[in-house]
Write a protein that binds this ligand. Structure first.
Ligand SMILES: CCCCCCC/C=C/C(=O)SCCNC(=O)CCNC(=O)[C@H](O)C(C)(C)COP(=O)(O)OP(=O)(O)OC[C@H]1O[C@@H](n2cnc3c(N)ncnc32)[C@H](O)[C@@H]1OP(=O)(O)O
Length: 309
Protein backbone atom coordinates (compact mmCIF):
# COMPACT_ATOMS: atom_id res chain seq x y z
CA UNK A 1 0.00 0.00 0.00
CA UNK A 2 1.36 3.49 -0.86
CA UNK A 3 2.18 5.69 2.18
CA UNK A 4 -0.34 8.45 2.97
CA UNK A 5 0.63 12.12 3.12
CA UNK A 6 1.04 12.05 6.91
CA UNK A 7 3.40 9.06 6.91
CA UNK A 8 7.17 9.43 7.08
CA UNK A 9 8.66 8.66 3.68
CA UNK A 10 12.47 9.09 3.66
CA UNK A 11 12.80 8.38 -0.07
CA UNK A 12 10.33 11.12 -0.95
CA UNK A 13 11.89 13.53 1.55
CA UNK A 14 15.53 13.03 0.53
CA UNK A 15 14.71 13.23 -3.18
CA UNK A 16 12.83 16.51 -2.71
CA UNK A 17 14.51 19.58 -4.24
CA UNK A 18 13.87 22.80 -2.35
CA UNK A 19 13.27 25.82 -4.58
CA UNK A 20 15.91 28.53 -5.11
CA UNK A 21 15.03 31.83 -3.46
CA UNK A 22 16.17 35.42 -3.92
CA UNK A 23 17.13 38.02 -1.32
CA UNK A 24 17.85 41.67 -2.04
CA UNK A 25 18.96 44.09 0.67
CA UNK A 26 20.31 47.60 1.02
CA UNK A 27 22.00 49.79 3.63
CA UNK A 28 18.70 50.50 5.36
CA UNK A 29 18.21 46.76 5.98
CA UNK A 30 21.78 46.49 7.28
CA UNK A 31 21.20 49.37 9.75
CA UNK A 32 17.77 48.13 10.91
CA UNK A 33 19.28 44.70 11.55
CA UNK A 34 22.11 46.24 13.63
CA UNK A 35 19.59 48.24 15.71
CA UNK A 36 17.61 45.01 16.21
CA UNK A 37 20.62 43.37 17.86
CA UNK A 38 21.27 46.33 20.12
CA UNK A 39 23.86 48.37 18.19
CA UNK A 40 24.28 51.79 19.85
CA UNK A 41 21.44 50.96 22.23
CA UNK A 42 23.42 51.65 25.42
CA UNK A 43 25.42 54.51 23.87
CA UNK A 44 24.26 56.33 20.74
CA UNK A 45 27.80 57.50 19.96
CA UNK A 46 29.53 54.16 20.69
CA UNK A 47 32.64 54.40 18.51
CA UNK A 48 32.65 50.61 17.91
CA UNK A 49 29.02 50.40 16.84
CA UNK A 50 28.11 53.62 15.04
CA UNK A 51 29.59 52.23 11.80
CA UNK A 52 26.84 49.55 11.74
CA UNK A 53 24.04 52.12 11.63
CA UNK A 54 25.49 55.34 10.22
CA UNK A 55 28.14 56.61 7.79
CA UNK A 56 30.57 57.23 10.64
CA UNK A 57 33.25 59.83 9.86
CA UNK A 58 31.89 60.04 6.33
CA UNK A 59 32.64 56.35 5.63
CA UNK A 60 31.26 55.36 2.22
CA UNK A 61 29.18 52.41 3.38
CA UNK A 62 27.33 51.32 6.47
CA UNK A 63 29.22 48.22 7.59
CA UNK A 64 27.31 44.94 7.71
CA UNK A 65 27.76 42.69 10.73
CA UNK A 66 28.69 39.09 9.89
CA UNK A 67 25.50 37.77 11.54
CA UNK A 68 23.54 39.73 8.91
CA UNK A 69 24.20 36.52 6.93
CA UNK A 70 21.57 34.77 9.04
CA UNK A 71 18.82 37.00 7.60
CA UNK A 72 19.66 35.98 4.07
CA UNK A 73 18.72 32.38 4.72
CA UNK A 74 15.63 33.12 6.76
CA UNK A 75 13.55 34.76 4.05
CA UNK A 76 12.75 31.35 2.64
CA UNK A 77 12.29 29.57 5.97
CA UNK A 78 10.30 31.55 8.53
CA UNK A 79 6.91 30.47 7.21
CA UNK A 80 8.03 26.85 7.70
CA UNK A 81 8.78 24.39 4.96
CA UNK A 82 6.50 22.08 3.09
CA UNK A 83 8.43 18.83 3.03
CA UNK A 84 6.89 15.84 1.27
CA UNK A 85 7.11 12.69 3.37
CA UNK A 86 7.57 14.53 6.70
CA UNK A 87 4.98 16.41 8.76
CA UNK A 88 5.44 18.73 11.75
CA UNK A 89 3.56 21.46 13.59
CA UNK A 90 5.29 24.81 12.76
CA UNK A 91 3.80 26.44 15.89
CA UNK A 92 5.96 24.15 18.09
CA UNK A 93 9.18 24.85 16.21
CA UNK A 94 12.17 26.30 18.08
CA UNK A 95 15.48 27.40 16.64
CA UNK A 96 17.99 24.90 18.02
CA UNK A 97 21.32 25.77 16.44
CA UNK A 98 22.80 28.02 13.79
CA UNK A 99 26.02 27.73 11.81
CA UNK A 100 27.41 30.33 9.37
CA UNK A 101 30.45 30.33 7.09
CA UNK A 102 31.41 33.68 5.59
CA UNK A 103 33.55 33.55 2.49
CA UNK A 104 34.00 37.29 1.99
CA UNK A 105 32.94 40.46 3.82
CA UNK A 106 29.34 41.47 3.31
CA UNK A 107 28.62 44.29 0.88
CA UNK A 108 26.23 46.89 2.32
CA UNK A 109 23.76 46.14 -0.48
CA UNK A 110 23.36 43.13 -2.76
CA UNK A 111 21.02 40.81 -4.64
CA UNK A 112 21.54 37.17 -3.81
CA UNK A 113 20.37 33.79 -5.01
CA UNK A 114 19.90 31.15 -2.31
CA UNK A 115 20.35 27.47 -3.03
CA UNK A 116 18.50 25.62 -0.29
CA UNK A 117 18.83 21.95 0.63
CA UNK A 118 17.99 19.51 3.40
CA UNK A 119 21.16 18.94 5.48
CA UNK A 120 19.83 16.69 8.21
CA UNK A 121 16.90 15.06 9.94
CA UNK A 122 16.98 13.13 13.19
CA UNK A 123 14.30 11.40 15.16
CA UNK A 124 14.90 12.17 18.85
CA UNK A 125 11.69 10.54 20.09
CA UNK A 126 10.10 13.55 21.80
CA UNK A 127 11.26 15.84 18.99
CA UNK A 128 12.67 15.87 15.48
CA UNK A 129 15.74 17.84 14.51
CA UNK A 130 15.63 19.28 11.02
CA UNK A 131 18.58 21.03 9.36
CA UNK A 132 18.42 23.25 6.32
CA UNK A 133 21.47 24.51 4.46
CA UNK A 134 21.42 27.70 2.39
CA UNK A 135 24.25 28.74 0.09
CA UNK A 136 23.99 32.36 -0.99
CA UNK A 137 25.49 33.55 -4.29
CA UNK A 138 25.78 37.13 -5.46
CA UNK A 139 23.58 37.67 -8.47
CA UNK A 140 25.66 38.72 -11.46
CA UNK A 141 29.13 37.63 -10.31
CA UNK A 142 27.81 34.25 -9.10
CA UNK A 143 30.29 34.47 -6.22
CA UNK A 144 29.50 32.41 -3.11
CA UNK A 145 29.10 34.84 -0.20
CA UNK A 146 28.04 32.69 2.73
CA UNK A 147 26.52 29.45 3.92
CA UNK A 148 23.94 29.14 6.72
CA UNK A 149 22.90 25.91 8.36
CA UNK A 150 19.69 26.32 10.34
CA UNK A 151 18.84 23.60 12.86
CA UNK A 152 15.30 23.54 14.15
CA UNK A 153 14.01 21.57 17.12
CA UNK A 154 10.51 20.36 16.26
CA UNK A 155 8.74 19.63 19.52
CA UNK A 156 6.30 16.73 19.27
CA UNK A 157 7.47 15.73 15.77
CA UNK A 158 9.69 12.81 16.84
CA UNK A 159 8.83 9.14 16.99
CA UNK A 160 8.17 8.98 13.25
CA UNK A 161 10.65 6.18 12.57
CA UNK A 162 11.51 2.76 13.90
CA UNK A 163 12.20 3.24 17.64
CA UNK A 164 14.90 0.54 17.74
CA UNK A 165 16.72 2.35 14.92
CA UNK A 166 15.65 6.02 14.94
CA UNK A 167 16.09 7.78 11.59
CA UNK A 168 19.27 9.86 11.40
CA UNK A 169 20.51 11.69 8.29
CA UNK A 170 23.29 14.30 8.07
CA UNK A 171 25.08 15.34 4.90
CA UNK A 172 27.87 17.47 6.41
CA UNK A 173 31.15 16.69 8.21
CA UNK A 174 30.90 15.74 11.88
CA UNK A 175 33.64 18.27 12.77
CA UNK A 176 31.08 21.00 12.07
CA UNK A 177 29.13 19.92 15.16
CA UNK A 178 28.03 22.79 17.34
CA UNK A 179 28.30 21.48 20.88
CA UNK A 180 31.26 23.14 22.65
CA UNK A 181 33.01 22.38 25.89
CA UNK A 182 33.09 25.49 28.05
CA UNK A 183 36.59 25.94 29.56
CA UNK A 184 36.83 25.71 33.36
CA UNK A 185 39.28 28.65 33.54
CA UNK A 186 38.34 32.33 33.90
CA UNK A 187 37.15 33.86 30.61
CA UNK A 188 39.48 36.17 28.65
CA UNK A 189 36.78 38.81 28.70
CA UNK A 190 33.10 39.31 29.52
CA UNK A 191 30.51 41.63 27.99
CA UNK A 192 27.17 42.58 29.51
CA UNK A 193 24.29 44.07 27.51
CA UNK A 194 20.69 44.67 28.41
CA UNK A 195 18.05 43.82 25.80
CA UNK A 196 15.00 46.08 25.57
CA UNK A 197 11.41 45.10 26.35
CA UNK A 198 10.75 45.96 22.70
CA UNK A 199 13.78 44.01 21.39
CA UNK A 200 11.84 41.30 19.55
CA UNK A 201 9.40 43.90 18.14
CA UNK A 202 12.34 45.77 16.66
CA UNK A 203 14.26 42.67 15.56
CA UNK A 204 11.26 41.22 13.69
CA UNK A 205 11.36 44.17 11.28
CA UNK A 206 14.41 42.45 9.77
CA UNK A 207 12.15 39.75 8.39
CA UNK A 208 11.25 37.10 10.98
CA UNK A 209 7.59 37.92 11.64
CA UNK A 210 6.75 34.71 13.52
CA UNK A 211 4.09 35.84 16.09
CA UNK A 212 5.79 33.66 18.74
CA UNK A 213 8.02 36.73 19.25
CA UNK A 214 5.30 39.37 19.37
CA UNK A 215 1.85 37.94 20.19
CA UNK A 216 1.16 36.95 23.83
CA UNK A 217 -1.63 34.52 22.82
CA UNK A 218 0.52 32.72 20.25
CA UNK A 219 3.37 32.51 22.78
CA UNK A 220 1.02 30.94 25.37
CA UNK A 221 -0.20 28.34 22.85
CA UNK A 222 3.46 27.47 22.17
CA UNK A 223 4.03 26.96 25.94
CA UNK A 224 5.63 30.28 26.96
CA UNK A 225 4.38 32.85 29.52
CA UNK A 226 5.07 35.68 27.05
CA UNK A 227 6.69 36.29 23.64
CA UNK A 228 10.29 35.08 23.46
CA UNK A 229 13.32 36.63 21.81
CA UNK A 230 14.40 35.36 18.39
CA UNK A 231 17.37 33.00 18.75
CA UNK A 232 19.18 34.87 15.99
CA UNK A 233 18.73 38.13 17.91
CA UNK A 234 20.52 36.62 20.93
CA UNK A 235 23.21 35.25 18.59
CA UNK A 236 23.60 38.72 17.05
CA UNK A 237 24.18 40.29 20.51
CA UNK A 238 26.78 37.64 21.39
CA UNK A 239 28.76 37.89 18.15
CA UNK A 240 28.67 41.70 18.23
CA UNK A 241 30.18 41.47 21.74
CA UNK A 242 32.94 39.14 20.45
CA UNK A 243 33.75 41.55 17.60
CA UNK A 244 33.98 44.42 20.08
CA UNK A 245 35.95 42.63 22.81
CA UNK A 246 38.17 40.18 20.90
CA UNK A 247 38.27 41.34 17.25
CA UNK A 248 38.97 45.00 18.16
CA UNK A 249 35.79 46.13 16.43
CA UNK A 250 36.62 44.54 13.06
CA UNK A 251 33.53 42.62 11.79
CA UNK A 252 35.49 41.27 8.80
CA UNK A 253 37.67 39.21 11.17
CA UNK A 254 34.85 36.68 11.59
CA UNK A 255 35.03 33.55 9.39
CA UNK A 256 32.72 31.01 11.00
CA UNK A 257 29.99 31.32 13.60
CA UNK A 258 28.28 28.54 15.51
CA UNK A 259 25.69 28.70 18.22
CA UNK A 260 23.39 26.36 20.12
CA UNK A 261 20.29 27.87 21.72
CA UNK A 262 20.20 26.25 25.16
CA UNK A 263 17.23 28.04 26.71
CA UNK A 264 14.71 30.74 25.92
CA UNK A 265 15.45 34.46 26.38
CA UNK A 266 12.70 36.98 27.18
CA UNK A 267 12.95 40.54 25.83
CA UNK A 268 14.18 42.91 28.54
CA UNK A 269 16.63 40.41 30.03
CA UNK A 270 20.35 41.15 30.38
CA UNK A 271 22.82 39.05 28.38
CA UNK A 272 26.29 38.30 29.76
CA UNK A 273 28.67 36.83 27.18
CA UNK A 274 31.86 35.15 28.43
CA UNK A 275 34.67 34.57 25.90
CA UNK A 276 37.71 32.28 25.87
CA UNK A 277 40.41 32.24 23.21
CA UNK A 278 41.73 28.92 21.90
CA UNK A 279 44.11 29.59 19.00
CA UNK A 280 42.05 31.37 16.36
CA UNK A 281 38.79 30.19 17.90
CA UNK A 282 36.70 32.14 20.40
CA UNK A 283 34.57 29.87 22.59
CA UNK A 284 31.67 31.75 24.10
CA UNK A 285 28.74 31.29 26.44
CA UNK A 286 25.88 33.71 26.94
CA UNK A 287 23.88 33.75 30.18
CA UNK A 288 20.78 35.62 31.24
CA UNK A 289 21.93 37.66 34.25
CA UNK A 290 18.56 37.85 36.01
CA UNK A 291 18.14 34.03 36.03
CA UNK A 292 21.85 33.05 35.95
CA UNK A 293 20.95 30.71 33.10
CA UNK A 294 23.08 29.73 30.11
CA UNK A 295 21.02 30.42 26.98
CA UNK A 296 23.55 30.16 24.14
CA UNK A 297 26.99 28.67 23.58
CA UNK A 298 29.22 28.19 20.60
CA UNK A 299 32.36 29.30 18.86
CA UNK A 300 33.62 31.84 16.34
CA UNK A 301 36.60 31.18 14.08
CA UNK A 302 38.52 34.32 13.27
CA UNK A 303 40.96 35.24 10.52
CA UNK A 304 43.74 36.56 12.72
CA UNK A 305 44.46 38.49 15.89
CA UNK A 306 46.78 41.26 16.81
CA UNK A 307 49.52 40.16 19.21
CA UNK A 308 48.40 42.53 21.96
CA UNK A 309 45.62 40.22 23.14
C1 LIG B 1 12.40 25.45 8.69
C2 LIG B 1 12.04 26.57 9.59
C3 LIG B 1 13.11 27.61 9.83
C4 LIG B 1 12.92 28.35 11.11
C5 LIG B 1 13.48 29.66 11.20
C6 LIG B 1 13.81 30.13 12.59
C7 LIG B 1 12.65 30.34 13.51
C8 LIG B 1 13.12 30.91 14.78
C9 LIG B 1 12.62 30.54 15.96
C10 LIG B 1 13.21 31.02 17.21
O1 LIG B 1 13.99 31.93 17.23
S1 LIG B 1 12.79 30.21 18.68
C11 LIG B 1 13.77 31.02 19.92
C12 LIG B 1 15.18 30.54 19.98
N1 LIG B 1 15.29 29.19 20.45
C13 LIG B 1 15.06 28.84 21.73
O2 LIG B 1 14.70 29.65 22.56
C14 LIG B 1 15.30 27.39 22.12
C15 LIG B 1 16.11 27.29 23.39
N2 LIG B 1 16.39 25.89 23.71
C16 LIG B 1 15.54 25.12 24.41
O3 LIG B 1 14.49 25.57 24.84
C17 LIG B 1 15.94 23.68 24.63
O4 LIG B 1 17.31 23.54 24.45
C18 LIG B 1 15.20 22.70 23.64
C19 LIG B 1 15.49 23.06 22.18
C20 LIG B 1 13.68 22.75 23.92
C21 LIG B 1 15.72 21.28 23.92
O5 LIG B 1 15.68 21.01 25.27
P1 LIG B 1 15.23 19.59 25.80
O6 LIG B 1 15.45 19.58 27.26
O7 LIG B 1 13.87 19.25 25.30
O8 LIG B 1 16.24 18.65 25.03
P2 LIG B 1 17.16 17.49 25.61
O9 LIG B 1 16.29 16.48 26.32
O10 LIG B 1 18.28 18.10 26.39
O11 LIG B 1 17.77 16.85 24.30
C22 LIG B 1 17.01 16.01 23.42
C23 LIG B 1 17.85 15.75 22.18
O12 LIG B 1 17.90 16.93 21.40
C24 LIG B 1 19.25 17.41 21.28
N3 LIG B 1 19.19 18.87 21.51
C25 LIG B 1 18.95 19.47 22.68
N4 LIG B 1 18.95 20.80 22.51
C26 LIG B 1 19.21 21.04 21.22
C27 LIG B 1 19.35 22.22 20.45
N5 LIG B 1 19.23 23.42 21.00
N6 LIG B 1 19.62 22.09 19.15
C28 LIG B 1 19.77 20.88 18.57
N7 LIG B 1 19.65 19.70 19.26
C29 LIG B 1 19.37 19.80 20.56
C30 LIG B 1 20.04 16.74 22.38
O13 LIG B 1 21.38 16.62 22.02
C31 LIG B 1 19.32 15.43 22.53
O14 LIG B 1 19.78 14.54 21.54
P3 LIG B 1 20.57 13.21 22.00
O15 LIG B 1 21.74 13.70 22.78
O16 LIG B 1 19.58 12.47 22.81
O17 LIG B 1 20.94 12.53 20.73
Amino acid sequence: MAPTDSEFNPDLLLAHKLPETRFTYNERDVAIYALGIGACDQDAIDSDELKYVYHKNGQDFIQALPTFASLISLGSLTKGLDLPGFKYDPSLLLHGQHYIEIYRPFPSKASLINKVSLAGLQDKGKAAILEIETRSYEQGSGELLCMNRTTVFLRGAGGFSNSSQPFSYKNYPSNQGLAVKIPQRQPLTVCEERTQQSQALLYRLSGDYNPLHSDPEVAKLAGFPRPILHGLCTLGFAIKAIIKCVCKGDPTAVKTISGRFLATVFPGETLITEMWLEGLRVIYQTKVKERNKAVLSGYVNIRGLSSSL
